[in-house]
Design a binder for this molecule. Structure first.
Ligand SMILES: [Zn+2]
Length: 434
């Protein structure tokens, strides 16, 4: 066989393989979509996850029709978050949570379960509590609301390992694995294919997701003065470490300032997310997005830990000699660039890359015809999220381009738009990220 023949033979084999892979992929997609429920979901549960491997790529159950409890103020307003420590006087009180009192200057590992028995078997998850010796705000950290998002779990572990309650003002509450059932199955979803992060603040008489959401919100979140919900990208996409925050809320803006040099993406939160429900209940909340699902990424973990530890210092809860870099965060508006063709997506940029309008972001090659199309950026900005190299379908959101803006402009524009209308759209793209 000549070299050229051998090469074309090899290419043929590769194409055969890719064709088989593409068929398998489309079969999986078609098969798993059977598990999805009609968007007009009247609250009927999907009893079985028919996805053979728990692949979280398949469709999710719609939350649209479920009646959720309206988020109400759960905490007495303590004044601007920034003044929480300076205005607090005296000594810290015991922190009452989950039927336990955590004394000032101590920490405890507690256990929380959404329902007493789930499927007849107790499902509990750890809750870490550090109550400082001095009074101050209670900051909560939640991770793995999506069970396949692992980076946040490690962030919570590292942050708590570094905390000394005897030197802490205020309290820190951490739930490293909120969606313990999804976590065990390596899935973003609950076993009934519901996305827990569309059901907050929940409903005690609703679906399994609404009940779990309600229990978490009542038992734990209602104790918080501020909330940081830790996430990663989803469906084989990774995010540059960033904060998602509704910059129309001044207390949320204060929170974003606390994170040091972390990138901030303004986003009005989607109805049903933990961030949405907490903020509506008077608990300013931000989402940290760092990296992608199903992996532990050390650089992203360290970035998130540094951001949260900087926050604790700027809120006056901990003392550190070194603050993190430029205290002014960088604000972004953003837009997703989608694939117009199906095929094999290979990127030419990486997370954090600066791009100009017209720059090549990546290419999509049809495995059968070998036809290659280029994906070019319609904007000048920075890559703040992107798909890992993979087989994509037309319409797949592939590159998230952040467009730098200034804080003032973001807030002025948004006050014009009706809040409810904006929330309904919520910048929701394919169920990804938070
Ligand atoms: Zn998530």
């Amino acid at each position: 066989m000549s070299a050229a023949r051998r090469q074309s033979h090899t290419l043929g084999r590769i194409c055969q393989f890719l064709l088989a892979a593409a068929m398998l992929f489309s079969f999986n997609t078609a098969h798993s979509s059977e598990a999805a429920v009609d968007p007009v979901d009247k609250g009927v549960d999907v009893l079985e996850d028919s996805t053979p491997d728990g692949d979280s790529r398949s469709s999710e159950t719609s939350a649209a029709a479920e009646e959720l409890v309206q988020p109400e103020a759960v905490r007495e307003y303590m004044g601007p978050l920034a003044d929480a420590v300076t205005h607090a006087d005296g000594w810290a009180k015991p922190l009452k949570i989950l039927g336990t009192e955590v004394g000032p200057g101590t920490s405890q590992r507690l256990s929380w379960s959404a329902t007493e028995l789930f499927e007849g078997v107790p499902v509990s998850t750890p809750v870490l509590v550090a109550n400082g010796v001095l009074p101050g705000p209670t900051v909560c950290l939640t991770a793995a609301v999506h069970g396949d998002e692992l980076n946040g779990i490690e962030m919570v572990r590292r942050i708590f390992h570094d905390i000394e309650p005897k030197k802490l003002a205020g309290a820190l509450i951490g739930v490293p694995i909120v969606n313990v059932q999804g976590f065990r199955r390596g899935s973003r979803y609950l076993p009934d294919r519901r996305d827990l992060n569309r059901y907050f603040p929940g409903n005690p008489n609703g679906s399994a997701a609404a009940r779990i959401a309600h229990a978490l919100f009542t038992d734990i979140i209602s104790n918080c003065d501020a909330l940081v919900d830790l996430h990663t990208g989803s469906f084989e996409r990774a995010n540059l470490p960033q904060l998602r925050a509704d910059l129309r809320n001044p207390d949320v803006v204060t929170l974003t300032h606390g994170f040091g040099a972390m990138v901030v993406l303004h986003s009005a939160s989607t109805v049903g997310t933990l961030r949405y429900a907490a903020t509506r209940a008077g608990i300013p909340a931000v989402t940290v997005e760092a990296g992608g699902p199903s992996q532990l990424e050390l650089a992203e973990v360290k970035h998130g830990v540094k951001g949260v530890e900087t926050l604790l210092t700027t809120l006056g809860m901990t003392r550190r000699t070194r603050l993190w870099g430029n205290p002014e965060p960088v604000y972004y508006e953003s837009s997703w660039v989608r694939a117009d063709n199906g095929g094999i997506l290979l990127s030419d940029v990486s997370l954090g890359s600066s791009v100009r309008k017209g720059d090549l972001l990546g290419s999509i090659t049809d495995p059968m015809s070998n036809a290659r199309t280029e994906v070019r950026s319609p904007y000048s900005g920075r890559i703040i999220g992107m798909a890992r190299n993979q087989v994509v379908m037309p319409g797949f959101a592939a590159f998230h381009v952040g467009i730098q803006t200034d804080e003032v402009k973001v807030i002025e524009e948004d006050t014009i738009i009706d809040v409810a209308e904006k929330d309904a759209g919520g910048g929701y793209v394919d169920g990804m990220s938070e």
